[in-house]
Design a binder for this molecule. Structure first.
Ligand SMILES: [Zn+2]
Length: 189
């Protein structure tokens, strides 16, 4: 289980946005049910240190989907998207982030690192932690490097650490090359 999840090992916000394939040819939402949300968080490397409430209440799963939708909208926002829609998406993230009190803590055990820590009800802590991670990425430097996969039917986003990267995965690059090869060899006859 987990092998069929659309996980690329990207940053949390990008990986979360990639759980929505409703715009792809499969028209699938991997977070449609609480079971799906729990499975996604259990397998996504970027979510490894988040504590998922068990059992996961339907309203918490729905909140995670809303955070995902807002994150995806903000990641894919183009000139065509209205500023009002972006403001609404940001406000949803803020409301979720405010559900639990958070503070920054310093880890000094190994290599120095900071982490965001939330306190309170487990459901609220989870929702706030998911929203804060999305906000941290959306307001960071890497957000400018987010690209859509160049395969037309692929809904995946990725962080282009190298300018030349055009596909989310080798399988997409391969299928586009194959389609091009097929077109060339069928139109020649
Ligand atoms: Zn792709």
């Amino acid at each position: 289980m987990g092998d069929d999840l659309p996980l690329l090992g990207e940053a949390f916000a990008v990986e979360l946005a990639n759980s929505d394939h409703r715009s792809g040819h499969e028209e699938r939402d991997f977070l449609a049910a609480p079971d799906g949300v729990a499975a996604w968080f259990a397998h996504a490397p970027a979510a490894a240190d988040l504590v998922v409430p068990a059992p996961l209440a339907p309203e918490v799963a729905a909140a995670v989907r809303s955070i995902r939708d807002a994150t995806r909208l903000l990641l894919t926002a183009t000139a065509a998207d209205s500023a009002a829609a972006r403001a609404d998406a940001a406000e949803l993230l803020h409301q979720e982030a405010r559900r639990a009190a958070g503070h920054l803590a310093l880890d000094v055990g190994g290599a120095p690192a900071w982490r965001l820590h939330h306190e309170g009800d487990a459901d609220d802590v989870f929702r706030a932690a998911v929203a804060c991670r999305a906000i941290l990425f959306l307001g960071g430097d890497d957000v400018r490097r987010v690209r859509s996969c160049a395969r037309p039917t692929c809904p995946m986003l990725f962080v282009a650490q190298h300018k030349a990267r055009r596909f989310c995965h080798d399988t997409c690059a391969h299928s586009v090359r194959q389609a091009r090869y097929y077109r060339r060899h069928t139109s020649a006859t």
